[in-house]
Every structure is written in C-alpha cells, then in structure tokens.
Design a binder for this molecule. Structure first.
Ligand code: BTN
Length: 258
C-alpha cells in the first residue's frame, strides 16, 4: 500500500500534499474529498487509495483499476483564480501528468482534449475535476487515475486502455511517479496563478496531436466525423464539420473516439 510516510520521504512541494489521507480501499477518492469538512482539507490536501470500489470517471462513467497496481488520487485546492483561469485548469493538470510521466519513464505521451493522457492512442491517465463552493471560494477536487503497473484490462476497455508498464516493460515506482505529478501540478497551478492562462493553453496545443486531425465526435448519442481545429480560450474544442461549418463543443456534452 502507498503510505503517507513513503510519500513524505520523496515529495518536494510547497503545499500540495501538506495534508495526506491514504486508504487501502475506499469508494472514491473524489467522493471522500467532497465529504471532508473545511478544517480537515487545507489547500493542497491529498487523498490516495490503492483501490476504489466506486471509482468515478467523466460523464457518469466508472473508473476501474486493479488493486495496488495504479495511481488513484485526488488533490483539493482553493486556487482563488478568476473563472477564465479555472477553465484552463484541466489543461494545466494534463500537462503536469504528461510531463511527470515523461520525466519518470521516458515514454512519449500525447494529450487528448479535454484531459486524457495517451500513449500510442491508448488511454493511460484520466482526470475528473469537480468543484464545490465554500464561503464564496471555489474548491477544486482534482481526481486523477493513472494506469501504472496493470497489464490486463476488462473486455470493455481493453482496446482503449493502456499502462506505463505495458510500454516500458518494467515495474514503475508508484510513489516516485505520484510525487513527480504533484510537483508538476503545483508548478502549473503557480503558473496559472501568476501568468496568462493562454500560456498553458498554447503549451497544451503544442503537445497534442489531435488538432488538425479527423476525429469521431459523439454528441446526443450519435457520432459524426469532424476535424479538430483549435481550443478556444474557454477550453472548448473548436471543430469543423465536413460541410465546413465551425463550432465549439464543450467537454461535458461530447466524447471523442479516435
Ligand atoms: C475519466 O477519464 O473518465 C476520469 C477518470 C478519473 C479517475 C480518478 S481515480 C481517482 C479519482 N477518484 C475517482 O473516483 N475518480 C478519479
């Protein structure tokens, strides 16, 4: 099991991971984060679990993960950003996960809108970002799942999911990777706090291979082929339909197949 002691030994952050909760098994680290009272969740609180019995994915999906194999964690922050910066948080968080993975494994990863991290088209990490408001301040719960050492996946996700071990052919130290992600996340939060959110968006755009490519967009239960053109300052994806019509789509409304 990942222990608080092991994390503290390797973590070099200013405030991410200041308070740490670790679990052998829990329903969902995001759900636990939500249930904590204000005093029990200072800015940067980290919740890590070896297993989730009701792991949540985006758009009401489930997130499944074999016990003890992967990274399942949530960070609670009170970023005090203006709304236009909050919208760019998912891109900063994806860059943080991507950079930490590359740093620790030397595997080349790709970012997919809105906040998936892929290797050779297979999903290696995803995040579920939830917000709550307390005393007029926005609390962000950033839940991240990374497939680290799992090498077999259930039939329904087998063709879509991958893991770091499947690509590096060796066991990855989960604590070292977790600490690297937390350090990169803190860096991206600071960058967003002090600079224009466009810097983060531009960096994300340089890193993704999906802009310019044809993708399948699933919207209102039907799929259409479109071209991904750009990401708007709001974080919406700008797509072009085959008839040349351009429009913006939002992460909560659509999903994208390769
Ligand atoms: C997605 O790509 O659909 C988002 C997956 C997010 C999974 C993580 S695992 C830790 C945290 N707790 C949850 O219940 N979900 C997120």
């Amino acid at each position: 099991m990942i222990s608080e002691h092991d994390i503290r030994r390797s973590l070099h952050t200013k405030f991410f991971g200041g308070t740490i909760y670790t679990f052998d098994s829990i329903d969902s680290t995001n759900t636990f984060a939500r249930s904590l009272k204000e005093n029990d969740r200072p800015d940067g609180t980290l919740i890590v679990a070896d297993e989730q019995t009701a792991g949540k994915g985006r758009q009401g999906r489930r997130w499944s993960s074999q016990k003890g194999m992967n990274l399942l964690f949530s960070v609670i922050t009170r970023p005090l950003f203006v709304q236009e910066k909050i919208r760019v948080l998912p891109f900063g968080a994806s860059l943080a996960v991507a950079d930490a993975i590359e740093q620790k494994t030397k595997i080349k990863v790709d970012c997919k809108w809105p906040n998936d991290v892929l290797i050779d088209g297979g999903k290696v990490a995803g995040m579920l970002i939830e917000t709550t408001t307390q005393d007029d301040a926005m609390n962000v719960i950033l839940g991240i799942g990374v497939n680290v050492n799992q090498t077999e996946f259930a039939d329904d996700i087998k063709t879509k999911a991958t893991s770091l071990k499947l690509h590096s052919r060796q066991e990855i130290d989960r604590v070292q990777l977790l600490c690297a992600i937390l350090e990169e996340l803190e860096h991206r939060f600071e960058q967003l706090r002090h600079f224009s959110p466009q810097i983060v968006l531009d960096e994300w755009k340089r890193r993704t291979t999906m802009l310019g490519a044809e993708i399948t967009l699933v919207e209102h239960q039907s799929s259409i082929r479109v071209r991904a053109k750009d990401v708007a300052p709001s974080g919406a994806l700008i797509i072009e339909e085959l008839n040349g019509r351009r429009r913006e789509v939002f992460a909560g409304d659509v999903s994208i197949l390769q």
